[in-house]
Ligand binder design. Sequence first.
Ligand SMILES: [Zn+2]
Length: 99
Amino acid sequence: MVDYTALAFAAFKWLFAILGFFILIVIIIRLSGVLNLTVCPDCGGKLKRSKRTSQDKKVMFLGLGLLPIKRYRCYVCHWDGVGLRTANDGITIDGQNLD
Ligand SMILES: [Zn+2]
């Protein structure tokens, strides 16, 4: 005889533990500012915003909306990548409907 209640409880406990850990990681990434971009990581050039790809939207979904991911492009070396938006990053928004 299997105790399904205990089994379900154990499964939920693990689920919440993993979810809690995941949220903690997301918050640490955000607070540490490790992904905050102000200049190009390759050449230190000026960045401009570009449109998000569908993959970026998936990443945002996985980040539970806690990571304000923006796609950036470098003027100088054409580097293209994602970073977190900072409160005053000084990056000019290029065009409309970026979100
Ligand atoms: Zn660059």
